[in-house]
Design a protein around this ligand. Structure first.
Ligand code: 6V0
Length: 333
């Protein structure tokens, strides 16, 4: 190319747009599903990938770079050194040790805490203004760990939490009601996984509460049936893992939806893991992270919705909080 007759275009400061950088730590199944969804949704100008395995990391980066002709222009960089994340607006942590057969959850947690000690301080040092989004499991406890190790305010440390569980819940309800999952408003809160709480009292379709009419029209919608659906949501993750070995696509879309709300300042409400002390009777001295519907924007967690829970739902949430807090305390951070 040759410059036009009166000289080359040199962008002035006002022409220059601030570029958005997202880092993904852990280029495994989940990290790469997230990276590719961010790419296709055009949510970042630069994506930095970090993994401990240099060949796999370079292979993943090249494979994505080779799709450049079909995608919005995005700079892709990768390195085993966390310094490649410098200047990130958002850092997503998916690195995690896998459970060894027979290993206790607590032992796995200790190994992941050791891994976070290697990752999080470096992330915080290179991107002191970034938002941190934790995906590695157990996500609620590791979000607490990331908060402690980063020294960031809690508003900038978020766990992907039950955003995925809620999407599975909406899918199952939508199938049952024969409607579009996007029209189903339904939240799962609390712990991501086994003790998650389905907030039946607030389930609605197109703004209309559905639980009462379901219970009136189908006598089978008793407590047991509702618990069966909640259990099906929890078990659906295990089913995918037992069938294909890991989960990736749904978590990829789920995290990309969080990235869009955060970086594009959408102020959408997502059930994500946040510092929950003082909500729904959780003791003010328990620095526990668990999922509650939170309003997300460029500053991170802009607020937490004070949703109405039945006494039973609140009790389950507090039980979840107690178990999670006991786990956090054992870490001695
Ligand atoms: P994976 O495919 O084993 O990927 C993990 C990656 O982390 C591997 O590529 C490792 O090489 C890498 N890694 C290990 N140590 C380091 C390190 N020190 N620095 C950088 N990278 C490192 O696992 P997968 O991608 O399937 O899962 C990743 C994590 O996400 C696990 O903890 C899952 O349990 C968790 N998930 C969380 C979900 C959620 O809803 N929060 C959903 C799905 C999976």
């Amino acid at each position: 190319f040759r410059p036009v007759a009166d000289g080359a275009a040199t962008p002035t400061a006002s022409h220059r747009r601030r570029l958005t950088k997202v880092s993904v730590i852990g280029a495994g199944n989940v990290g790469m599903a997230i990276a590719q969804t961010i790419l296709t949704r055009d949510l970042a100008d630069e994506i930095a990938l970090v993994d401990a395995l240099p060949d796999k990391l370079r292979g993943e980066m090249l494979d994505l770079q080779h799709a450049a002709a079909f995608l919005p222009r995005t700079r892709l960089v990768s390195d085993t050194d966390i310094a490649v994340t410098r200047g990130s607006d958002l850092a997503i942590v998916t690195a995690g040790a896998r459970q060894i057969p027979g290993e206790t959850r607590l032992n796995l947690l200790q190994r992941n805490v050791a891994l976070f000690r290697k990752i999080v301080p470096g992330l915080a040092e290179h991107s002191p203004e970034a938002l941190l989004l934790i995906v590695s499991n157990p996500v609620d406890v590791l979000t607490y760990v990331a908060w402690k190790l980063s020294g960031f305010p809690a508003s900038r440390v978020i766990g992907s939490g039950t955003n995925l569980d809620s999407s599975r819940f909406r899918f199952l309800l939508a199938e049952h009601l024969d409607v579009n999952a996007q029209d189903v408003q339904a939240y799962m809160v609390g712990e991501h996984g086994d003790s998650s709480v389905a907030v039946w009292s607030s389930v609605s379709v197109a703004g209309m509460p559905v639980l009462k009419s379901l219970q009136e029209s189908h006598r089978c919608f008793d407590e047991e049936a509702l618990e069966g659906i909640r259990r099906a949501v929890v078990d659906s993750a295990y089913e995918v893992i037992s069938l294909k070995g890991y989960t990736s696509w749904a978590i990829g879309y789920s995290v990309a939806s969080l990235v869009a709300s955060l970086l594009r300042d959408q102020r959408r409400i997502h059930p994500v893991s946040v510092l929950a002390r003082g909500f729904h009777g959780i003791p003010a001295e328990n620095d526990v992270f668990l999922s509650l519907p939170a309003r997300l924007g460029r500053g991170g967690v802009l607020g937490v919705a004070e949703m109405e829970l039945t006494e039973e739902e609140a009790k389950r949430l507090r039980r979840s909080a107690k178990t999670l807090w006991e786990n956090c305390q054992q870490l001695g951070l």
